[in-house]
Design a protein around this ligand. Structure first.
Ligand code: 5GP
Ligand code: ZN
Length: 114
């Protein structure tokens, strides 16, 4: 999937600011953050979205959320939002599975749409 920007990022063909990497995912800082903290947990495998995934990906989904939780804890986020945009109608722009991790607001400014 050489034309997919997130495939290029996880294959080190284009640079990104990575904060975590393992065999299943890479966590990068969003290039256009919609919150004071905005990371993307990007799968190494090209899956267009949750819609196109299957039950065989259940372990991967658990891992994505588990990684987000652990990094949020390490970075001392008090609270955060985890968002999957699914399909064009769901606001998804990049057709490669990723989880948005959004946080870092004060108590009064915690509303955001991604
Ligand atoms: P989506 O709307 O597909 O759920 O979210 C895609 C996200 O990827 C957007 O928040 C956008 O700012 C981010 N993004 C797009 N291109 C790049 C890029 O080249 N590098 C990084 N780090 N983020 C990107
Ligand atoms: Zn891809």
């Amino acid at each position: 999937m050489r034309s997919c920007i997130f495939c290029k990022i996880v294959n080190n063909e284009i640079p990104s600011e990575a904060i975590f990497n393992d065999e299943l995912v890479r966590v990068i800082k969003d290039i256009n953050p919609k919150a004071p903290v905005h990371w993307l947990v990007v799968t190494k495998k090209h899956i267009p979205s949750i819609k196109e995934s299957t039950k065989s990906e259940e372990i991967l989904f658990g891992h994505i959320i588990s990684v987000a939780r652990d990094i949020a804890k390490k970075e001392k986020l008090l609270g955060y939002k985890l968002v999957f945009n699914v399909g064009k109608e769901g606001g998804q722009v990049i057709d490669h599975l990723h989880l948005h991790v959004l946080g870092g607001w004060s108590q009064t400014t915690n509303q955001v749409n991604v």
